[in-house]
Write a protein that binds this ligand. Structure first.
Ligand code: DX5
Ligand code: ZN
Length: 215
């Protein structure tokens, strides 16, 4: 299991301490980029990622919720991303998605694809053999602190069966409303990387991460 705290839920008056804590106890740092266009919220850009990298050697898992992922993939590669995940819905179809996956991989980092809760997971079929990670959104992207959408577990089933059936190696990540209440079910249904924002940053970061890890 990979625990990936989303710094969107940080207390930004105390960013340094919180990044140091997750660097000690978590596996990846999940960095949610929102452009106010693909989603109705704005988060943060590349400058903050560059600063975070000065104090953390965590694997930087960048989730682009932007209308122009092709442009921003390069921007966040330059800022130090180790993995860039973009949304299928931001592009015109699977050919564009496959091109962007190749472009990101040619930069020498990992490429992920994500879908909104209402998007049919089968639209990913022709992409799954090329991609390094699939991010299932278990809330409508845009805001932290929402409730987990239970039907996301069906998408995890589909992706883990597909992965086994075709001998593929993509990582299955889930993002939104993840907590100690649903982590067990997520793992049982094939989730491998768990993004958690509010759950990790509310209260004691170390204890929250350990509770998730020991589920
Ligand atoms: C939502 C983001 C998530 C979110 C997770 O658009 O992609 O990463 O911040 O936050 P919680 O865990 O609070 O749902
Ligand atoms: Zn995210």
């Amino acid at each position: 299991m990979l625990i990936c705290p989303s710094v969107l839920a940080c207390d930004f008056t105390d960013l340094k301490y919180q990044v140091e804590e997750i660097t000690k106890y978590a596996d990846w740092l999940h960095y949610d980029v929102m452009d106010g266009h693909f989603v109705p919220n704005i988060s943060f850009g590349p400058a903050i990622l560059k600063d975070i990298k000065k104090i953390s050697d965590l694997f930087m898992d960048v989730h682009l919720m932007v209308s122009d992922p092709e442009y921003y993939a390069k921007v966040f590669y330059d800022a130090g991303a180790d993995l860039i995940t973009f949304h299928l819905e931001a592009l015109k179809g699977e050919d564009e998605a496959l091109n962007l996956i190749r472009k990101i991989q040619l930069m020498g980092i990992k490429a992920g694809i994500s879908i909104r809760p209402k998007t049919d997971v089968r639209l990913l079929d022709n992409i799954l053999k090329e991609v390094d990670l699939v991010l299932v959104m278990s809330v409508e992207p845009g805001f932290g602190g929402q409730s987990f959408i239970e039907s996301s577990l069906d998408k995890l089933d589909y992706l883990s069966n597909y992965k086994k059936d075709y001998g593929l190696s993509y990582i299955i990540e889930i993002d939104g409303g993840v907590s100690d209440k649903n982590a067990k079910a997520i793992i049982e249904h094939g989730g491998e990387a768990l993004v958690a924002g509010s759950y990790v940053f509310k209260g004691n970061i170390k204890e929250n991460i350990e509770r998730l890890r020991n589920i």
